[in-house]
Design a protein around this ligand. Structure first.
Ligand code: CS2
Length: 499
């Protein structure tokens, strides 16, 4: 790991830590195996679990695994499995150090260890934060993408799965063959009905295995998949965060997590083998998770997508930069109130205005500086979750949601610009698993209408049902044309005038 002259974590203990630092170090044994060791996990599930274990005990240490990269795992291993969550807002800065991990490993070479850990009878929860893209959902079948190279590989190589679903199934297979004890699979990603969805994908994988009766029965009878809504804005780690920790604590953290103060977790209480006392440290257990999920996926995430693409095209590097452009703020209010809010029922405990005002505050966090390129990445797997049902909802009464159409057009302008159009550096920095395919389609024509038609008809990003909504598809094409020839502000003003 990076060598450094400043002291490392072991030098820090309760008496040396500054007052504003919360050191949550306990030494439980492993009870949770987590797949997807990114910043989101480290600032959310790990945070709640560290507090719950410190205050209420239990063997809920987290054995964590990153599917591809070894960077975070190596950084954490080199610093006693500790790291800082730096909570940053314009009015405060605080540091929390959640000492709850029992291992941090990364990369396909180590997947055997993860399977062995899942198989242990001491493992009670398998949790996941692998992003929308990590579930390998096919939009054409609305199920597991059996053509994905990872799934093809995983069906053929039981000992070395590479996909999250493959790892879960192979781990469950070992449990079924060994002791058959119950376990919970807990998805913490932004998918609508994330638990139900994960269960569906797990069963589709199982059904493709030869001789799967025993495993099917085990999963049916002893494995639960609670739905959950998980919320905290967590940007990527930058050097300025490393410097901030160093100047505050005098220690060098190779991998701190910047985060907003706000955090929310709503979970269904369906745990097959127990769980940490999360309800005592702020998590909400509810039978109404679906309402919270829809609220968050549409109001926060859906609008976040609009902010990222309009913002990037307007030359804004950050979400607050975008949010403070008057015409983008106007677009945000319209999409929230006119296009997303009518499509679901708010959870009984919250009011729309209260939640939306809080969103504006969260998007205004200029010092956290969440980037448009982070939020805009992976649009091909995020947008279908966020916009499909709202578009269909409006189409049923003969309407086309203008700002949702503009969001899709702006995404295409950012990810696969047509010849002669340059979307700017922030759009350039967006990654997307469908990027190379979209760029290929964009290279076949200079006509935005032809390009947009081909995306909906052939790219298998959006469902056939959405692609069949001609008015919507044409509206997207019209906005792409306007973005290219007149600019994003003009396109947003048009959308406003039609709303
Ligand atoms: C964002 C989310 O990446 C995105 O598209 O909308 O990561 C968002 O920051 C989180 O869901 C907040 O909980």
């Amino acid at each position: 790991m990076a060598s450094t002259s400043s002291p490392q974590y072991p030098a820090l203990n309760k008496s040396t830590a500054p007052e504003s630092v919360m050191l949550l170090k306990s030494t439980p044994r492993t009870g949770i195996v987590h797949i997807g060791l990114g910043n989101f996990h480290r600032a959310h599930l790990a945070f709640y679990t560290a507090i719950a274990v410190r205050d209420f005990g239990g063997d809920w240490g987290i054995y964590s695994y990153s599917l591809r990269s070894t960077v975070i795992a190596d950084a954490m291993t080199s610093q006693d499995l500790l790291y800082c969550i730096a909570t940053i807002s314009p009015t405060s800065e605080a540091i929390v150090i959640p000492g709850i991990h029992t291992a941090a490993i990364g990369g396909p070479d180590h997947v055997g260890q993860v399977l062995a850990e899942i198989a242990k009878d001491s493992t009670k929860i398998i949790s996941l934060t692998v992003t929308e893209a990590g579930y390998l959902i096919s939009q054409s079948t609305n199920g597991l993408n059996m053509q994905a190279p990872e799934i093809i590989h995983d069906l053929e190589h039981p000992e070395s799965p590479r996909s999250a679903i493959g790892i879960i199934v192979r781990g469950l297979e070992l449990r079924a063959a060994d002791h058959g004890l119950p376990v919970t699979v807990l998805s913490c990603d932004n998918l609508s009905g994330n638990g139900d969805r994960t269960k569906q994908l797990v069963f589709e994988f199982i059904d493709s295995l030869p001789d799967s009766t025993r495993l099917r029965t085990y999963v049916n009878e002893h494995v639960t998949f609670p739905n959950s809504m998980v919320d905290r804005i967590v940007p990527g780690t930058e050097n300025r965060h490393i410097d901030m920790v160093e100047s505050r604590l005098g220690i060098h953290d190779n991998s701190p997590v910047p985060a907003e103060e706000f955090t929310m977790w709503v979970i269904e209480d369906r745990f097959a083998a127990g769980r940490p006392a999360w309800e005592k440290v702020g998590a909400i257990f509810s039978d109404d998770v679906a309402a919270y999920e829809l609220m968050k996926l549409r109001l926060l995430n859906g609008t976040h997508s609009l902010l990222s693409y309009l913002g990037a095209l307007a030359g804004q590097e950050t979400i607050p930069g975008a949010r403070f452009q008057p015409y983008i703020e106007d677009a945000v209010r319209t999409i929230l109130y006119k296009e997303f809010l009518p499509t679901f029922a708010m959870p009984a405990a919250l009011t729309a205005d209260g939640y939306i005002n809080q969103l504006f505050d969260r998007w205004s966090n200029t010092v956290l500086g969440d980037r448009t390129s982070r939020v805009g990445s992976d649009g091909s797997t995020k947008l279908p979750q966020r916009i499909t049902e709202p578009v269909i909802f409006h189409a049923q009464s003969g309407n086309t949601p203008q700002f949702i159409a503009l969001t899709v057009a702006a995404w295409l302008a950012c990810i696969a610009p047509l010849k002669g159009f340059y979307p700017g550096a922030d759009a350039d920095a967006m990654k997307d698993p469908a990027k190379s395919h979209l760029v290929q389609l964009a290279g076949l024509t200079t006509d935005p209408a032809v390009f947009v038609q081909s995306v909906f008809a052939t790219a298998q990003i959006f469902s056939p049902e959405l692609g069949a909504l001609t008015n919507f598809v044409e509206c997207v094409a019209g906005y792409l044309q306007q973005i290219i020839y007149e600019g994003i502000e003009k396109a947003a003003l048009t959308a406003k005038s039609r709303s």
